[in-house]
Design a protein around this ligand. Structure first.
Ligand code: FEO
Length: 396
């Protein structure tokens, strides 16, 4: 396993995880695996920027050793203390006793709690620099992108931004650059990553990007900590993040997601979808037990709106629908247009519960819930179809 030189004297020395299918405690599915990107900058002094997840340390050390002896590392820059990037840091500092660990003050607290103490730590603030001997690393604190201790590293002379998790994708491949891979997979994974990690932080994303733009930093390369490196038109991903953060990138799709007990709610969902379709929008149907919650949220990021349906069980929702409602509450698709639908037998309750989650997610409920008792009649299905048309007109 060898390092990959991405620009002169800057090497990718990360790990490729083809197997991982779940991230962040099973809250995020990674159909294409991921990479843990670490970067080595060699020169008069050598720096390692971020490390890999612990189980991938051997892969990282093999790649480092193909360029320099591990002993030559003088600085270990930790942009983010989460374990998929800091997991191998203790082993690096164990092998290279005199290396200095560079991170924010907040990261120090996290790293000391995660790992044994006793390291040589240099805390940095925005604008502070480390000189590698004619090669300058400047640091920018980036709180809540996506943890409070996060920071970006900027390699001044090469105009290279290393923003850790920002601008990444969970995409395992032997290729290293975004222009070398399937563009549909690349952008889908970037979209899914934003929706499931950064969506609730959109205000901070917007503010930080505007701050960096105001600084006028020239950027030739963006090297994130997951997935592919952006070297051709690197600002395209920055522009896309701004559009997502502002909710400005909207397609013609409407997400319809539901579960059913005895098919009544499915019949309603299908009638609503037909109405949405006949208004010229594209319904994306996700029957919850067969769908992936993080894919649903990825679909929602650019969609015009979402309809969530569920029958009533014990005056509440079916348990299968709870994860979707949790995502709406915590990922906060602020202002996204939405409505609830469902069926019931002896007592209602599911649509109320769905609406509560939509309200917690600060979404825009555009219609009263569509709800019916027992099995839908033909007349009720016609009303569901009209409801779909009305929803489409509201979100067009
Ligand atoms: Fe926030 Fe890739 O860890």
């Amino acid at each position: 396993m060898k390092a990959v030189e991405i620009i002169k004297d800057v090497y990718w020395v990360g790990g490729i995880d083809y197997d991982v299918r779940n991230f962040h405690g099973y809250s995020y599915t990674t159909h294409h695996g991921t990479t843990y990107n670490a970067y080595l900058i060699t020169g008069e002094k050598t720096a390692l920027i971020d490390a890999v997840y612990g189980p991938f340390s051997d892969e990282m050390f093999r790649r480092i050793s193909s360029v320099v002896s591990t002993d030559e590392i003088q600085y270990v820059i930790s942009n983010h203390a989460e374990m998929d990037h800091s997991g191998a840091v203790p082993e690096v500092l164990d092998r290279v006793k005199n290396a200095t660990l560079v991170c924010t003050a907040r990261a120090t607290d996290v790293l000391k709690k995660h790992y044994p103490d006793g390291w040589n730590i240099q805390t940095v603030k925005t604008g502070e620099e480390v000189d590698l001997g004619g090669k300058t690393l400047r640091f920018y604190e980036a709180p809540m992108l996506h943890w409070p201790e996060s920071m970006f590293t900027y390699y001044v002379e090469e105009e290279m931004l290393l923003p850790n998790d920002a601008f990444g994708q969970h995409y395992a491949t032997e290729k290293r650059f975004s222009d070398e891979v399937d563009q549909n997979v690349l952008w889908r994974e970037a979209e899914k990553y934003y929706a499931n990690i950064l969506w609730p932080l959109s205000r901070m994303v917007q503010r930080k990007i505007e701050e960096v733009v105001e600084l006028g930093l020239p950027i030739k390369t963006i090297a994130p900590s997951h997935g592919l490196i952006w070297r051709k038109d690197p600002l395209q991903i920055v522009t896309r993040y701004l559009e997502w953060a502002k909710g400005e990138r909207i397609n013609s799709k409407v997400v319809i997601t539901w579960d059913t007990m005895w098919q009544s709610t499915t019949k309603i969902a299908r009638a609503i979808a037909s109405g949405v379709n006949d208004e010229g929008l594209t319904p994306l149907l996700h029957l919850i037990p067969h769908s992936d919650r993080s894919d649903i949220m990825a679909d929602l990021l650019e969609a015009r709106g979402i309809l969530v349906g569920c029958p009533t069980l014990h005056n509440d929702i079916l348990p299968t629908v709870a994860p979707i409602l949790s995502d709406l509450e915590v990922l906060k698709p602020v202002g996204k247009k939405c409505a609830a639908f469902g069926s019931y037998g002896w007592g209602g309750g599911s649509v109320k519960r769905i609406q509560e989650s939509m309200e917690r997610g600060k979404m825009d409920i555009v219609l009263e819930p569509f709800v019916l008792k027992w099995v839908p009649t033909d007349d009720e299905l016609t009303k569901a179809y009209e409801y779909g048309r009305e929803f489409a007109r509201k979100v067009k």
